[in-house]
Design a protein around this ligand. Structure first.
Ligand code: GLU
Length: 400
């Protein structure tokens, strides 16, 4: 339609959000659907965090917040970055937005000129390339296949860098694969980046706390302080604190970039909800013991899902280090036929078949830039997961 802006033709609606919404609609219509699309913990927000929001409302803390975030939250974020990541930031180096997504949006809108390149290792979180495109940048997608542990190698990074490269986006543990970069992995990538002054790093650490089997999380500015002046460290409250709907994400980086991001935000949302910000202060300053309890449950579910998917004909599923996703290969189903005679030609055909035949909603790998795979979020009840995996096994067994 001519009335719609040209920039919209460059992007698509978020496929993860689309699958979650579709599963929710089908459920609301009474259909027997198990939604494994949404990357959202099924655990409730901890009580002490909710109570901080109630107290903020009772105290009348319901007015506009400063664009960069309330000073108390920026102080709590500085403390967190020091405590968990050995990174020193001053409050003016922090910006708080409406979830990780808006923070990334602000960063790319504030820094990209037309044609600037953004290196995005694939599989990637669905929104990175589209936000880069909205900001008139050029996503440079680098394939990171399962044989490389779904991780960017130093050689692949080196080969992707050009004089027009502005950003590398790193995400560890990764959405959609759960793969996480070790300190040595980051060290090797940092060595490449040190040779290319023009490249900044945006590190999306949203799944920092959701890690298993004694994996130690590190972030790139911590591993290589020489990159501190060109790193934007992104994080948020959504996943580990079970606060997806509160919409709180943040970034720490050089003052000039943070100010530019605030300028963008001042002309869009102004800030995230003041009440959510007070709840986030309580989350960051408060008791974190629930995270280990939640992780123990997530780990059990991960092992259950990996085990059951590996028993499904045509699927193979690696065991991830973190996050709450698995990213199985469905290569063994490609070319086969469903009971009603349709050929599975792509991973999108496969997830469509799962939804239509068995009422299991997952997201196809093409949306994340690496096929033939699909993403399952195991942040849902163990019973639902077990039932979903049984249905997937049945669907796979029915292919001819
Ligand atoms: N980040 C989550 C996911 O990947 C939430 C949906 C979204 O914003 O993409 O499922």
């Amino acid at each position: 339609m001519a009335f719609i802006a040209d920039r919209l033709s460059r992007i698509k609606p978020s496929p993860t959000v689309a699958v979650s919404n579709k599963a929710a609609e089908m459920k609301a219509a009474g259909e027997d659907v198990i939604g494994l699309g949404a990357g959202e913990p099924d655990f409730d927000t901890p009580e002490h965090i909710k109570q901080a929001a109630v107290a903020a409302m009772a105290a009348g803390k319901t007015k506009y917040a400063p664009v960069a975030g309330i000073p108390e939250l920026r102080r709590a974020i500085c403390d967190k970055l020091k405590r968990d990541n050995e990174l020193s930031y001053a409050p003016e180096q922090i910006t708080v937005g409406c979830g990780g997504k808006q923070t990334i949006y602000n960063a790319l809108m504030a820094t990209l000129n037309p044609g600037d390149q953004v290196i995005i290792p694939a599989p990637y979180w669905v929104s990175y390339p589209d936000i880069a495109l909205l900001a008139e940048g050029e996503p440079v997608v680098v394939n990171c296949p399962e044989s490389e542990g779904f991780k960017l190698t130093p050689a692949a990074l080196e080969a992707a860098i050009t004089p027009k490269t502005k950003w590398l986006i790193l995400n560890s543990p990764s959405n959609p694969t759960g793969a996480a970069y070790t300190r040595d992995d980051l060290r090797a990538l940092a060595d490449v980046l040190l040779r290319h002054d023009q490249v900044w790093v945006m590190t999306d650490d949203m799944y920092e706390f959701i890690i298993y089997d004694d994996f130690t999380f590190t972030t790139i500015a911590q591993v290589e302080p020489g990159l501190y002046d060109r790193t934007l460290t992104l994080n948020g409250l959504s996943k580990a604190y079970c606060m997806t709907g509160w919409r709180v994400g943040y970034a720490a980086g050089p003052v000039e970039v943070i100010r530019a991001m605030n300028k963008i935000q001042s002309q869009s949302t102004t800030s995230t909800s003041t009440i959510s910000q007070w709840a986030s202060v309580a989350a960051l300053d408060g008791d974190h013991s629930f995270i280990a309890r939640n992780n123990a449950v997530f780990k059990e579910r991960r092992d259950l899902v990996v085990g059951m998917l590996n028993q499904a004909t045509g699927l193979s599923c690696a065991t991830p280090e973190g996050a709450f996703y698995v990213y199985p290969s469905c290569a063994g189903t490609i070319g086969r036929q469903t009971p009603d005679g349709k050929t599975i030609a792509t991973d999108e055909d496969f997830v469509t078949y799962l939804l239509e035949a068995e009422g299991v909603a997952a997201v196809h790998g093409e949306a994340f830039g690496l096929s033939p795979h699909f993403r399952i979020s195991y942040a849902t009840s163990t019973e639902a997961l077990e039932e979903a995996c049984r249905r997937i096994q049945r669907a796979c067994a029915a292919l001819r």
